[in-house]
Design a protein around this ligand. Structure first.
Ligand SMILES: NC(=O)C1=CN([C@@H]2O[C@H](COP(=O)(O)OP(=O)(O)OC[C@H]3O[C@@H](n4cnc5c(N)ncnc54)[C@H](OP(=O)(O)O)[C@@H]3O)[C@@H](O)[C@H]2O)C=CC1
Ligand SMILES: Nc1nc(=O)c2c([nH]1)NC[C@@H]1CN(c3ccc(C(=O)N[C@@H](CCC(=O)O)C(=O)O)cc3)C=[N+]21
Ligand SMILES: [Mg+2]
Length: 283
């Protein structure tokens, strides 16, 4: 029997409807949630993502400000913009789209964002909060994956979760969230000796690598939950994930599609973090 689909677009609609209500309640108390999005350079993928984020804000009533700069923008000028937004009471969330041009130190920019406005959850203070289990902001992509598990009634407690990838924005926080939810967690990466050996034991697999067909049917335990974070293009230029979708869906119990899976949920969690930031500021 083929796997059931985890529909990230549908789950996003559900969450966005709930968020609209929270925005309405905030407005009634005199707070209009505001998100500032900064885009530097003309990376076409970034332009699409940023446009989607601004559109999503409109959908739930969040005020959004998009600032676009040429790739020649200096690091100092960018840091000055971030500091101005830190001080702007109309802005509750700040997102600097990655990647940044090579002459700008991305980590330095992220550390300049006030942690209470870091709705990406990339600041070291928020990474630390996740690490020790204190309130902060969780990175949107793994956060969205956790919401998808919850939605299908998959409680990670006692399950073996295998995360493929260990980046600071996806793989590592994903592993920490699963650990916090009492899964037994294995983290695989480019130096992992036998990836299939690990994934075959997994009740939950999260693929966050950025390479097509990293996970194939022979690597998956029957009935496993498979979450595909990857955003790649096939030879025809079509969007695809890290998972061999057609093969793996024959074996898995649940699977996320690309597009329409983790991507929309990432944006929805950005909205959630922004609403949460505004609610905290209004307290
Ligand atoms: N849907 C969404 O909302 C989002 C999607 N993405 C997509 O997710 C993917 C991952 O993003 P990101 O984490 O930023 O990517 P990174 O390139 O930062 O990290 C990739 C990770 O994969 C590991 N890796 C590389 N090759 C292999 C391999 N053959 N086997 C096992 N592990 C491997 C790397 O290992 P090592 O550490 O050893 O180098 C690294 O840890 C990309 O496709 C990206 O576009 C990202 C963010 C949001
Ligand atoms: N500061 C920062 N924060 C990020 O969260 C961030 C970032 N930089 N840089 C790039 C990555 C990537 N990312 C995606 C978000 C949504 C989709 C998404 O909506 N995908 C759609 C398809 C989009 C399309 O058609 O291209 C889907 O999967 O259905 C994809 C990728 C956020 N990122
Ligand atoms: Mg990356």
């Amino acid at each position: 029997m083929a796997a059931q689909l985890i529909d990230g677009a549908a789950l996003s609609r559900l969450w966005r409807a709930r968020l609209s209500e929270r925005v309405t309640a905030l407005k009634a108390r005199g707070t209009l949630p505001g998100l500032a999005v900064i885009l530097v350079g003309d990376n076409p993928a970034s332009q699409v993502y940023v446009r989607n984020k601004v559109k999503a804000c409109q959908e739930v009533g969040i005020h959004s400000v998009l600032e676009t700069y040429p790739a020649s923008l200096t690091e100092d000028a960018l840091l000055a913009r971030v500091r101005a937004l830190n001080a702007d009471p109309a802005i509750h969330g700040i997102l600097v789209q990655l990647p940044l041009p090579a002459h700008i130190d991305a980590q330095r920019v992220i550390e300049t964002i006030a942690p209470e406005k870091d709705v990406d959850g990339f600041h070291v203070a928020n990474a630390g909060a996740l690490m020790v289990g204190r309130p902060g902001f969780w990175p949107c992509t793994p956060y969205g994956c956790m919401k998808m598990l919850e939605h299908i009634g998959c409680d990670p407690c006692g399950k073996h979760a295998v995360v493929i990838g260990r980046s600071n924005i996806v793989g590592k926080p994903m592993a920490l969230m699963l650990l916090q939810a009492n899964a037994t967690v294995t983290i695989c990466h480019s130096a992992t000796a036998d990836l299939a050996h690990h994934t075959r034991q997994a009740d939950i697999v999260v693929a966050a690598v950025g390479k097509r067909n990293v996970l194939t049917a022979d690597m998956v335990k029957p009935g496993a939950v498979v979450i595909d974070v990857g955003m790649n293009r096939d030879e025809a230029g079509k969007l695809c994930g890290d998972v061999d979708f057609e093969g793996v869906r024959q074996v898995a119990g649940w699977i996320t599609p690309v597009p329409g899976g983790v991507g929309p949920m990432t944006i929805t969690m950005l909205l959630l973090n922004t609403v949460e930031a505004a609610e905290r500021a209004a307290r």
